[in-house]
Write a protein that binds this ligand. Sequence first.
Ligand SMILES: Cc1cc2nc3c(=O)[nH]c(=O)nc-3n(C[C@H](O)[C@H](O)[C@H](O)COP(=O)(O)OP(=O)(O)OC[C@H]3O[C@@H](n4cnc5c(N)ncnc54)[C@H](O)[C@@H]3O)c2cc1C
Ligand code: FES
Ligand code: FES
Length: 1372
Amino acid sequence: MGEVAASEERKQSLVFAINGERFQLSDSDVDPSITLLDFLRSRTPFKSVKLGCGEGGCGACIVLLSKYDPVLDQVKDSSVSSCLTLVCSLNGCSITTAEGVGNSKDGFHPIQERFVGFHASQCGFCTPGMCVSVFSALVNAEKTNRPEPRPGFSKLTVTEAEKAIAGNLCRCTGYRPIADACKSFAADVDMEDLGYNSFWKKGETDEEKMSRLPAYNPHSSNLKFPEFLKKEIKAGADLASKGYHWYSPSSIEKLQSILLKNEADHGTSMKIVVGNTGAGYYKELQHYDTYIDLKHIPDLSVIVKDQTGIEMGAAVTISKAIEVLKDASDFPLESKTVFEKIADHMEKIASGFVRNSGSVGGNLMMAQRKQFPSDIATILLPVDAIVNIMIGQKLEKLTLEEFLGRPPLDSRAILLSIKIPSCELTEDISTETDTKLLFETYRAAPRPLGNALPYLNAAFLAEVSFSRNSTGASLNTCRLSFGAYASKHPIRARNVEEFLIGKVLSVGLLYEAIKLLETTVIPKDGISHSAYKSSLAVGFLFEFLSPLVNTPDQISGGLCNGDNSSILRDYNSKIKDNNDKLNGTKFPTLLSSSKQNIQSGDDYPPVGQPVNKVGAAIQASGEAVFVDDIPAPGNCLYGAFVYSTEPLARVKSITFKSRSPPVGFNALISVKDIPGKNLGSTSVFGEEPLYADEFAQFAGDRIAFVVADTQKHADLAANLAVVDYDKENLNPPILSVEEAVERGSFLPLPPFVLPQQVGDFSKGMAEADRQILSAEIKLGSQYYFYMETQTALAMPDEDNSMVVYSSNQCPQIAQETIAQCLGLPVSNVRVITRRLGGGFGGKSIRAVSVATACAVAAYKLQRPVRMYVNRKTDMIMAGGRHPMKITYSVGFKESGKITALKLDILIDSGAFPDVSIIIPGGIIGSLKKYDWGALNFDIKVCKTNRPSRSAMRGPGEVQASFIAEAIIEHVASTLSVEVDTVRSINLHTYNSLGFFFKSAAGEPLEYTLPAIWDQLATSSSFHQRTEMIQEFNRSNKWRKRGISRVPIIQEVTVRPTPAKVSILSDGSIVVEVGGVDMGQGLWTKVKQVAAYGLGLIKPGGTEELLEKVRVIQSDTLSLIQGGFTGGSTTSESSCEAVRLCCNVLVERLTALKEKLMEEMGTLEWEALILQAYQISVNLSTNSLFIPDSTSVHYLNYGAAVSEVEVNLLTGETTILRSDIIYDCGQSLNPAVDLGQIEGAYVQGIGFFMFEEYPTDSNGLVTANGTWSYKIPTLDTIPKQFNVEILNSGHHQKRVLSSKASGEPPLTLAVSVHCATRAAILEARKQLGSWNGIDDPNSTAFQLEVPAVMPVVKERCGLDSVQKFLRWTMGTK
Ligand SMILES: Cc1cc2nc3c(=O)[nH]c(=O)nc-3n(C[C@H](O)[C@H](O)[C@H](O)COP(=O)(O)OP(=O)(O)OC[C@H]3O[C@@H](n4cnc5c(N)ncnc54)[C@H](O)[C@@H]3O)c2cc1C
Ligand code: FES
Ligand code: FES
């Protein structure tokens, strides 16, 4: 080791604390590339940090990081993502995980307890991260000098509580209950605004409510910075291990020496790090020999404020920069405004936990070196920021523009600091003019609060003079920057600036400037949404300048109000108002008060009660054990798939890029290693191979399985695999349903899966007044985005058997597949499933191959093998929802009554059958929600060279819900009739319901949809709001609203399901069921039914019985015939199976109970069971519930009203409000069902509005992580979300009168899409009026799914600004 390093080497170890416990790592112990997440999960008992993405985009891995400042004697606490934080950077830090916040041994924290009571945890995979996020917000709020809050509350505000979790993803709950749990701590919360929970009852006073919440005392925080650490803290550490070096230099000079030394040791690779968050974007696929952490160099963390501006060291975090920029009261107004706006914009970068560790300098270096679409670079460009850099010994001062414009700096270049200069007015303020400095920043991104890269960002600085004697404003200076639109780096639109400067602003001038801008902001070729990005630039410039243009009010419609004298004075407030309105942030908080109206039943207590979810508390503390949390058995190996990147090719060989075997490599398993049949899954629907046998059938197909000593090494090795393909003499792959039709590539559909045609189509068409013929709709896929990716652990056991822990919705299918694959009897394979971190259909057949791959490797190597599939691979292989193409012809009366509908549907099943043959049934079952008169269809399930699609939540049904509404809308627009009228007129009568659904229609009284339809119109004030929206649309040009009411009818099928109930000697009860709990609350309902069922024999209430019931993991050798969990009915059928078991036990105990009662008068449950044990009553039983043929199918009803607002300049859609009424029969557990309804609905919003799942021309998925795949977040769900669960009373054929809730509500989310279409319709009508032509095509249009911002904007007119200006000028 060289001189410098030796002088740095104060310490050969790294000391930090985790949950108060001291950890010391010696130099040989630590590889500097190890992340905190890896360390926690592999080397500590703390498994609450979950790997959701590994790229900073989901929040599942969040910890609280505390740093002690010995000089100030202060502790700084912030949330950070452990998946990006490097362990070596933690010397002297204290880490708190969810277990440290609270746990089952030391007591749960009120956050965790409130999560339980607000029903805010379903699968629980996101929950620890959520809890730590809000914990961090609480800790920091208490440090402020705000006034002491009311007892029991914190200093946190509602807005802060919401923002604290805005970067965390949850795929189950729909966020509303999570937000409520967090807001319940806020000092300014209105208790009325907090939603359904198990703490209080309706009508209680605020004080009563408060007293029922788990107590929170801000002064008794369990967060104490460990004293031992305070003592040990020293400035830095230098770790040397296994040839790696970690340096934490404490001065620029030392940094220079290390760099010099590194240069001398040519060939060594080096990485400079601050927060290491850049690794979330630029994935680390290589090892570095040297790491240099810049955080300990004071010069790089210093902040200097003087009248010339604010200069910050490059290592200053974005959060710190925001804090400093917001505290600019010492500066003149102009500068203060600029600083504050920069800070506001920075708050939309990533999420809090990334900003807390990501540095400003790191961001700019990524922009400089790698063309990262940085926000910081764009917003600092117009303010003439200056940067100081160091290359070797040389220091340079550059403008940001020069810095960005240089060729990528080499790895020795260090960014030292960034200076944001103060802004001043250059013009003298004379009596003749008003002069003002204007600064605005913009970004259009899928999520308004951040955690999404922008499609385009912009920042404009202008000095404007308004002459009191003339008619307009003129620009003295003007700087316009645009970035993130796939340019090399942000640019200044100099030609536009020069054009504008010195001229009086007018509509004409603005128009010319915009024309010029169109030729300036041009994304590079091949970029998606490129025209949209250019139109955003226009929209932003228009938004910036139009308030200055002197136009009559009737033209401006809110953006330019024509009031000359106040133009400048009011500019900021006008702009703010516009921004707020346009950006959908006009609400003081993200969510407004929502109502949950529950009518629960008490016929079968405790069934019907909102019992808290089983295991919710340990989910919140992170103690709940998911498959990947099971401690690795000794000798465990790890696997990763090698997948095909070709859609159809012969696999000739697999080698590795590196000459030597990859680090940690153990084996490469492929088809030739399978001892039995090559099976990835087998079921009644068909089979698929485990590994490509000669041919890879699609991009993403499993070719082989790399086995290594750690998961990281297995992933890296799989990445290094090179597959040699051969495509000679092969037909081209089938990549679309059209090609499948041409080549006759279909899955055979057995008659039992084919739905029945309804009525006579020709007759219906003959009765029609009007017809639409051969219209087309196309629908794409959706990824499950379970927070826990696919995972399994396989362990060879004695007697040639295999035990497999699998996160799986159908353990039985996994068991059968593994047995065939290994050539073993089924009895030699035990598949165990305890809980899933979300499934949504993606962990049924698709999970089987993961379990099987681990089992095959374990069998061959005779060692345990596990795999946690990384997010990218998971997304590439998953397949997701079925894409389809629909061609329809429909006949209808002038009144809007539809008389006949015919559909030709082509479904893309992908390469293998999976469960695709059930999709036609799903489509037709849900399509029949309207009375089409006659319904005729031809459905083909196309076999293509794409990943196999599986039954994603609402399979076929959600698409059908859209198809039905698209047809209704088409009919309405053809007739120029209100869509709602056409919907109402085509709702089923009970008679037509029977005609379409036969016996599934049930009894007349069970058909609740007409009542729901009317009730929803009243409860949501649908008609009044429709009128208000018309008024709104008349008076607003750049924002349009739409409202829509849609019904659903969804048919579900009840399947046979087993259960086993055993009463143990102390009276405790163990239940096993066929159904798997994947967050949907199945265990909770089962527990309630067990308590109810056994309560029939228990003397006294059932409350204590509930506490005695324990539902345990499914184990395929303990309870057979488990089937699969899906289709929304497994909860109720598992409950019924349990009830049947309880009936048997009750019967067995009745005689004894009567005898004992007679003898003793009273009888305790424990005494009864003890006696039963003594006389050998059989207290364990199992049963297989088989629904009788008349009750297999039934219908679910609901309706939703949604109102949205569309920003015509950006295409952003804000969901203002959704109201749902859903019939749950007599809900088994209304809290669980409410969670299912809200969660499903938000997942549906994802499908309809956000989730693009594109592929390249080979069919290889390109949206393969959180950067590109955007599920809904807290800031994109309905602002107001009212849900009513209708208790429709007694249903004789249903399980304890209950109905399903898991999937049907998802299809209701189509209401948001329909409302968006309604808003766009208004935009198009307006555009038509600007065009001066009454074009009927303007109202007949299709809105694609998902209606992402570019799509919406395109439908509203990419050139709407230009058209408006031309219209204003009187030209066309
Ligand atoms: C999930 C997520 C979302 C994000 N969203 C946005 C967004 O919307 N808009 C946006 O603008 N940014 C976004 N970012 C980027 C984020 O701002 C940067 O990752 C962060 O600022 C980088 O800082 P860091 O300290 O973590 O850098 P590091 O990751 O430590 O370093 C990044 C790179 O810069 C180099 N480097 C760092 N500091 C210096 C220096 N002083 N001198 C020389 N080289 C240096 C490193 O060697 C490395 O190559 C996002 C990041 C994440 C993880
Ligand atoms: S796993 Fe770290 S943010 Fe997703
Ligand atoms: S509960 Fe949030 S992801 Fe499942």
